[in-house]
Design a protein around this ligand. Structure first.
Ligand SMILES: Nc1ncnc2c1ncn2[C@@H]1O[C@H](COP(=O)(O)OP(=O)(O)OP(=O)(O)O)[C@@H](O)[C@H]1O
Length: 341
């Protein structure tokens, strides 16, 4: 008898990703540096990442891959170090090796969720570099993706923010470090896979704390939407993410091409040529120019770009616009001058 369908589903998802990781290791230097290659799972001890850890432990040896695990202790609750130690034990019991717990100090920038995430990814990057990992697997599910799309929609900042999380994304110097094998797997399946394999899971109290936006969305928002629109809404939102990502990538590529055509010999942006571009492309060209001038991409919001755009489409002699990172945008003689002050 084969494994339970939930276990088969998570294993297949992980197997596919491990094949991709091996395909990406085409650089002979990479292959030589890490033989056999190491893949890490980022494990919180929750159902999603425990299911992921179990599937990685099962599939990796069959492909000649070493499987390890990292858990991050955010130090946000009393006893979090003991819990991290317990997660290490659980990963060790799955025969992952190496297994580590890394304690981080969570700052305050951008609210508690964002600060914890920043600290977590910095620690995962550091661990992956130090251990020479070819990839780090994350346990985000289709439900997480649906939540991310809704959060993006509520921000009102365009299709890039509707495109949710990528199946493959980068860290510093590594464009394809993070992999999300479960983006097409629902949370129930991950939970079921843990249950039938008798894997103990730890439910993060933050996930049910109504003080957190994502938690409210998970426990109140999405169920209300499902009630109103039907059960397929999670799947539809996840599909929206994929379609939006493809559209956003295409528009970004268009904007990269268009940018060269709207600069004059001195590299300044010509307002008349910008005006002639479709708004979606023009706003992207402006965003690229503002980021290139030194504005941190993470602090630049749609409203900033809209204001710069009004120098092109709503020109009535307005003054310089101040942007994050001490960048200034100003219209001068039919040209847009964007520079750091
Ligand atoms: N403390 C942590 N240590 C290591 N990895 C983590 C930690 N917290 C989150 N992750 C990684 O990020 C993924 C998404 O985490 P998040 O908290 O957003 O979702 P979740 O649904 O609570 O996941 P899980 O059920 O695995 O805890 C996790 O599946 C895991 O891979």
């Amino acid at each position: 008898m084969g494994p339970h369908p939930a276990v088969a589903a998570i294993r297949l998802a992980v197997r596919r990703v491990l094949h991709d990781v091996l395909t990406d290791l085409t650089d002979p230097a990479d292959r030589a540096a890490a033989t056999p290659p190491l893949v890490l799972v980022a494990c919180s001890g929750g159902a999603d990442s425990m299911a992921l850890a179990s599937a990685l432990a099962f599939e990796a040896p069959k492909l000649g891959i070493r499987a390890g695990g990292i858990t991050i202790d955010h130090g946000l609750q009393p006893g979090s170090d003991l819990r991290a130690a317990e997660v290490v034990n659980r990963m060790t019991a799955l025969r992952l090796d190496p297994v580590e717990s890394v304690a981080v100090r969570v700052g305050r920038d951008g609210g508690p969720e964002a600060a914890a995430r920043d600290a977590r990814y910095a620690a995962l990057d550091e661990a992956a570099d130090r251990l020479g990992a070819a990839a780090v697997l994350l346990g985000h599910t289709r439900d997480d993706q649906a939540e991310t799309v809704l959060l993006g929609l509520a921000r009102g900042s365009g299709i890039r923010s509707l495109s949710g999380m990528a199946e493959v994304s980068g860290g510093p110097g590594r464009t394809r470090r993070y992999r999300r094998p479960f983006l097409h797997i629902d949370r129930q399946t991950a939970r079921k896979a843990c249950m039938v394999q008798s894997l103990p899971v730890w439910d993060d109290p933050h996930n049910i704390d109504p003080a957190y936006t994502r938690s409210r969305l998970r426990h109140e928002g999405l169920p209300a939407l499902e009630k109103a629109l039907g059960k397929g809404v999670v799947e539809a939102l996840a599909r929206t993410a994929q379609l939006s990502r493809d559209d956003a990538d295409a528009l970004d590529a268009w904007a990269a091409d268009a940018e060269a055509g709207v600069r004059d010999a001195d590299g300044r942006l010509e307002c008349a040529k910008l005006y002639a571009l479709p708004p979606a492309v023009r706003r992207r060209v402006l965003r690229r120019a503002v980021v290139a001038a030194g504005s941190p991409a993470g602090s630049l919001f749609a409203r900033h770009i809209e204001e710069v755009d009004r120098l092109i489409t709503g020109w009535r002699g307005q003054g310089a616009i101040n942007l994050p990172g001490r960048v200034e945008a100003q219209r001068q003689g039919g040209r847009l001058v964007i520079r750091q002050g």
